[in-house]
Design a protein around this ligand. Structure first.
Ligand code: ADP
Length: 282
């Protein structure tokens, strides 16, 4: 594409606007998955809530334009964001957790958005340049599944994201898509913080015993083969399905469950990463 001088000036002005708007966010972390339905949005939501429970100031940005699930997972459905004087005000889940999603703009959740690539890019750009994020310790970005336009847009717009957490399930179909996700990160110079295996084993609601359904451990093996860190496994828990459906993040509402404990153990390296953690990321 031929870029003329005027377009170049406009691009520079936009980049400067983004830099000023997100310049007070210390750490930006993306949550990705190779395919849908692996629990990526639930992980992004619980990560944001857990970090805010640790006293951090957190933003949660849902860039899933076609299937935004963050409002439902946080019981914020029906809320509409305010267009402030200069900036768009995010929705507050709590004093320390700001949330933005295209779901806050859609009137009817059953209406499918049919948007072309440039329109999606512009909306994501507005989320980054026009939302009043303010000073944050973390911005957690819930990306749509796969390696399409939206993850690409957000990585380019953020410019200096710390890295990506890649969520998978143990089955080979999910794992082969994760390999593509890792290649995508490498092409964009986005470090892989680690792979997280969700729905790994089943927690019996009666006795609490964990049974392997889909042969757990595939995520760890794949992470070793691809030379990226492995963060841990989170079991399938019927309680979690109910928690997600009713908009109650399990780290907060079922904080003593095995699932919440497994989640916290897996995510601990993100809270205060050590230097060797950074060296392991590629
Ligand atoms: P994705 O963002 O990958 O499409 P979601 O986070 O929307 O996936 O989760 C898909 C479904 O799986 C939701 O109904 C959610 O409640 C459920 N789910 C996610 N993680 C678990 C888990 N560890 N145990 C049981 N159900 C889960």
């Amino acid at each position: 594409m031929h870029v003329n001088e005027q377009q170049r000036i406009q691009m520079r002005a936009e980049q400067e606007q983004i830099r000023q708007n997100i310049g007070h966010i210390k750490r930006q972390i993306l949550v990705l998955s190779g395919k849908g339905g692996v629990g990526k949005s639930s992980i992004a939501v619980n990560l944001a809530v857990w970090l805010s429970m640790q006293g951090k100031k957190v933003g949660l940005l849902d860039v899933d334009i076609h299937g935004p699930s963050v409002p439902k997972l946080l019981n914020l459905e029906g809320r509409k964001f305010q267009d402030g004087k200069e900036k768009i005000e995010p929705i507050l889940y709590s004093d320390t957790l700001k949330v933005m999603s295209i779901g806050f703009l859609i009137q009817d959740e059953n209406t499918a958005l049919i948007w072309r690539g440039p329109m999606k890019h512009n909306v994501i750009k507005q989320f980054v340049s026009d939302v009043s994020w303010g000073n944050l310790d973390f911005l957690i970005v819930d990306c749509p599944p796969g390696t399409g336009d939206e993850p690409l847009s957000i990585v380019q717009l953020l410019g200096k994201a710390e890295g990506a957490v890649i969520v998978t399930t143990p089955q080979e179909v999910a794992l082969s898509d994760v390999r593509k996700g890792i290649t995508f990160c490498r092409k964009l110079n986005l470090p892989v913080i680690g792979v997280l295996e969700n729905m790994s084993g089943f927690v019996c609601p009666k006795c609490g015993e964990i049974t392997d359904i889909f042969m757990s451990g595939g995520g760890e093996k794949m992470a070793r083969q691809m030379n990226v860190p492995f963060l841990g496994t989170i079991p399938i828990d019927p309680q979690i399905v109910r928690a997600c459906d009713s908009g109650q993040p399990y780290v907060q509402h079922y904080s003593s469950s095995q699932t919440a404990q497994a989640f916290k153990d897996a995510m601990l390296p993100l809270l205060e990463p050590k230097e060797e953690d950074y060296l392991k990321r590629k």
